[in-house]
Design a protein around this ligand. Structure first.
Ligand code: HEM
Length: 266
């Protein structure tokens, strides 16, 4: 009996050690990795500068990426395994910075952000109607190295991807030491709620990422293109609400009243 008890104890301790070991061995992602938090910028928002010093003070969230296997044409291996994301806003403009590893700079290297538009839930695969989701429209911001700009696009299912008539997005990509840094930016609200996602500080919306390694293979084909890319599913995005100074104002008022009352009494 005693032997059996000590056996159980040993296996409990062993299990605990293995559990802690597994926890430690997990890939370490930043704590905020379920959401991109757009911090309120102290100065101007670096809407077209991925190397601006301001970015160094912004906490990073990191998201895993997978080869796109939902829909033909599928891909089983991709270059970008994770993407690091930072964001800033000043109540008017928002900028989202993606950073990811890519061993070579190629003209067809590309990256994109995706948001839902309006209230209807949309699948992260372009808002394609699927078994689980009826499918609403999505707003895609698409940067391609050779175009050196960010296109403002819409889709609601495959084959419907379209460049918007009115372009509201900006951005820039910079390649250095095997790393792409790409900044995407836009006004928080555009006044066109039918086509553009509207970002209201304090509210959570969904965001998804896509990255293409546009390297040319010996066959002449691009390693990744169109549906063949590294994708994430939906994560969350939230622009911080502006700082609330009302408690300081109330405290100052209270002190003022107290001082006034004392003055009258004296
Ligand atoms: C499982 C998820 C996804 C699937 C199955 C998928 C599928 C496709 C397909 C079939 C195309 C070819 C064009 C078309 O049919 O409209 C395409 C192109 C494209 N997709 Fe996706 N996609 C997915 C996720 C995403 C995400 C998350 C984004 C943005 C963050 C995105 C952005 C784009 C862009 C910008 C293109 C055009 C690429 C180019 O013209 O070079 N996709 N995708």
């Amino acid at each position: 009996m005693v032997d059996r008890l000590s056996g159980y104890r040993q296996s409990l301790v062993g299990g605990a050690i293995v559990g802690v070991g597994l926890l430690i061995a997990q890939p370490v992602f930043a704590q905020e990795s379920v959401a991109v938090r757009a911090h309120v910028a102290k100065g101007t928002v670096p809407v077209e500068d991925p190397n601006a010093a301001t970015w160094n003070d912004v906490p990073v969230s990191e998201f895993p990426l997978s080869p796109q296997v939902h829909w033909p044409t599928r891909i089983l291996e991709v270059t970008a395994q994770t993407v690091k994301v930072r964001a800033l806003h000043d109540g008017q403009q928002v900028a989202v910075l993606l950073e990811y590893a890519d061993p070579s700079e190629d003209p067809d290297d590309a990256a994109a952000l995706e948001f839902m538009v309006g209230e209807k839930k949309a699948h992260f695969a372009h808002g394609q109607p699927m078994a689980q989701v009826q499918g609403g429209p999505v707003n895609i911001w698409f940067w391609k190295n050779k175009d050196a700009k960010v296109l403002d696009m819409n889709a609601q299912g495959f084959g419907t991807l379209k460049v918007q008539d009115k372009q509201d997005t900006k951005g820039k990509g910079v390649y250095q030491n095997g790393t792409w840094k790409v900044v995407f930016s836009r006004a928080l609200s555009t006044g066109d709620a039918e086509h553009d996602t509207q970002i209201k500080p304090g509210e959570y919306i969904n965001i998804a990422f896509a990255i293409w390694d546009g390297k040319k293979l010996e066959s002449g084909d691009l390693k990744e293109k169109g549906s063949q890319k590294a994708v994430s599913s939906w994560w969350y995005f939230r622009a911080d609400p502006p700082p609330d100074y009302s408690s300081y104002v109330y405290a100052a008022l209270a002190i003022g009243v107290a001082v006034g009352v004392q003055f009258v009494i004296i």
